[in-house]
Design a protein around this ligand. Structure first.
Ligand code: TUI
Length: 313
């Protein structure tokens, strides 16, 4: 299946893997790229040396295109922005902010740049500064989210810009992919489903949390600090929600609570005190399998639907 995005990225299938903090490393990214999608290493809050080493590991495991996600709220964002240029990373995605100040150096280096946007306004701004495509992400997603749903943000972004749009948020199977195409997207990005891939090195406890989640298992916290995040309900989120609603608790104390919570989930598998970022589609993700089997299942599901007789709805 060829789309504007498979041609842009020189990949076989219109599927990108989300740049999940503490989760999306060289192991997962190379597996997704080897399976014909676009694997992405999450630079998250890590420093330049960590990222450089992951890029080298990824190159040792795949000769296919891959990407790096730059989390713009990271204290190391400036250094990471230079590393992707020095290492000649083929594709950069960005999240949690406006990447405009980096576009010039990335485009001069020949990098394909694809920001995540959560609104029409940012989609128009980044198109104007010369990015190649955007990922329109709905608030069904895990992690840091905007206000709009995938169903509403994707078609509005598609109508507002000329460059290709990739849909993200709440997509985990062939039905989601076809729905994204119907909204005008040229590819999908998935995080939650790839989190449980065999090649994903996240803690087993994290995978179990996703596989055992149901439709209403996620919750949004962090609105008071201006960066809402979606994660799977547990002791950590219950406690966070309680303190967030308590005005005697300061914002500094809330910030403190968040420190180390992603690492505790992803690395330590601490089911009580970890923050298990995951999307609302977790309830649909039922088994662990290889990245290749995940991609094959999505493409088979989508192709079956696209060939369906749509008169019998
Ligand atoms: O970035 C994500 N997901 C993330 S980042 C992350 S690390 C983190 N940890 C704690 C607090 C905050 C972040 C975990 N998950 N997804 C892409 C995304 N970007 N979703 C929403 C946005 C977004 C929102 C507003 C992008 C731009 C934006 O506009 C800001 C502006 O300046 O216009």
């Amino acid at each position: 299946m060829q789309t504007k995005v498979t041609k842009l990225l020189n990949i076989k299938f219109p599927i990108l893997q989300g740049g999940m903090a503490w989760i999306a490393d060289a192991s997962l990214a190379s597996a997704v790229s080897n399976a014909g999608g676009l694997g992405i290493i999450a630079a998250m809050n890590a420093d330049a040396d960590w990222l450089r080493a992951e890029i080298k590991k990824c190159r040792a495991m795949t000769d296919k295109p891959f990407g790096v996600n730059v989390m713009l709220m990271s204290p190391h964002a400036d250094a990471v922005a230079k590393v992707v240029v020095e290492e000649k990373v083929p594709v950069v995605t960005t999240g949690a902010g406006n990447p405009s100040k980096y576009i010039k150096i990335w485009k001069e280096a020949g990098i394909i740049v694809i920001p995540v946007v959560a609104s029409v306004a940012l989609a128009k701004i980044v198109e104007r500064v010369g990015v190649d495509a955007v990922i329109a992400e709905g608030c069904e997603s895990g992690g840091h989210i905007g206000e709009l749903t995938t169903m509403t943000v994707v078609p509005q972004v598609v109508d507002a810009i000329k460059i290709p749009v990739i849909a993200a948020g709440g997509i985990a199977d062939g039905r989601g992919m076809v729905a994204a195409f119907a909204l005008g997207a040229s590819a999908i990005q998935m995080g939650t489903r790839f989190l449980v891939a065999n090649e994903c090195t996240v803690s087993e406890a994290y995978k179990q949390k996703v596989v055992s989640a149901k439709d209403i298992s996620t919750v949004v916290t962090g609105r008071r600090l201006g960066h809402p995040v979606r994660s799977i309900k547990n002791h950590y989120t219950n406690n966070y929600a309680k303190l967030e609603a308590d005005s005697s608790y300061s914002n500094a104390e809330l910030e403190e609570l968040g420190i180390g919570s992603l690492r505790r989930a992803a690395k330590d598998g601490d089911t009580e005190n970890g923050c298990f970022l995951a999307g609302q589609i977790s309830g649909l993700v039922k088994k662990q399998e290889s990245a290749q089997d995940i991609i094959a299942d999505i493409m088979q599901g989508a192709e079956k639907l696209l060939n369906k007789n749509w008169n019998n709805l």
